[in-house]
Design a protein around this ligand. Structure first.
Ligand code: ADP
Ligand code: UDP
Length: 237
């Protein structure tokens, strides 16, 4: 049964589970935020899309050998996950240049990287999630050098699995953000969500942006786009 609210973030609420101290319920909200919370809006139905899409992606990853916190989708907006202690890192993998890297390094949008580019950011809203290197990560978190190697290897494996997954539904996986946590056994597991809020997805034929950039850049109807993503994923289930 759903227990106390443990945490409320920008996009989800996190609840305890009364009968299982090692589990959590993630409840997806309809809120969208961008630019570190500066831009905000509510979209009816968004929580359901993120929950369903993230559940489909974690299910696919698990059947393809990538262990994660995901246990099961409970209903339209909630999922049961393994409780972890989140390592405060945002692990970004990029296949094509877009977003912050175009501004920070002057790399033109759409530049394809010859091999995936992995970046670490420090998950701290007050600091605006600054980009950091491995030494900063070891200083600021309890992750060891070995833990960081594991996290990076897992992030690249997720990329290897997700690229063909999205390609089969006509989408290029441009970039994405992952979070990792430690479970009760001390193992590092993939956590949080993977959805069009946390990935950039471009239509392979038209180049259309089909992710949260629609909201960030005022490109159209976010819900229509998230609905299209879910429909494509359900068609290949
Ligand atoms: P934010 O905190 O960035 O505003 P959300 O609104 O998505 O993000 O809140 C969900 C929170 O739950 C995040 O802080 C995320 O790190 C955390 N979380 C996700 N999965 C787990 C998990 N398995 N165990 C513990 N915390 C988790
Ligand atoms: N991302 C995310 N949460 C964040 C920051 C980034 O999910 O707090 C995702 C983002 O959606 C994109 C990728 O990580 O798919 C790379 O984001 P980028 O660094 O380009 O930042 P942005 O342009 O989104 O500010």
């Amino acid at each position: 049964m759903k227990g106390n609210l443990l945490y409320e973030g920008k996009a989800k609420q996190v609840f305890m589970v009364t009968e299982d101290p090692d589990a959590l319920i993630l409840s997806y909200k309809n809120d969208a935020t961008a630019f570190n919370g500066e831009k905000q809006a509510v979209f009816q139905g968004k929580g359901r899309y993120n929950n369903l899409i993230s559940s489909a992606i974690f299910t696919y990853l698990q059947t393809n050998g990538i262990a994660s916190h995901f246990k099961q989708q409970l209903n339209d907006t909630e999922q049961l996950v393994e409780k972890t202690t989140i390592i405060p890192l945002e692990v970004v993998v990029r296949n094509i240049a877009a977003g912050s890297i175009t501004r920070r390094l002057g790399i033109p949008e759409k530049t394809a990287f010859t091999s995936p580019l992995l970046e670490l950011y420090y998950k701290d809203d007050q600091l605006g999630d600054p980009i950091i290197n491995d030494e900063h990560a070891r200083l600021l978190t309890d992750a060891t050098g070995t833990n960081l190697a594991t996290i990076k290897q897992m992030a690249l494996q997720v990329n290897e699995k997700l690229q063909p997954f999205f390609q089969q539904v006509g989408l290029a996986l441009v970039d994405f953000k992952l979070e990792f946590g430690r479970n009760a056994q001390g193992e590092i597991v993939l956590a949080d969500e993977i959805s069009p809020d946390t990935c950039r997805l471009w239509d392979l034929t038209t180049g259309e942006k089909m992710d949260k950039d629609v909201f960030r850049e005022d490109l159209g109807d976010l819900i229509e786009v998230y609905d299209a993503i879910l429909q494509r994923l359900e068609a290949v289930k």
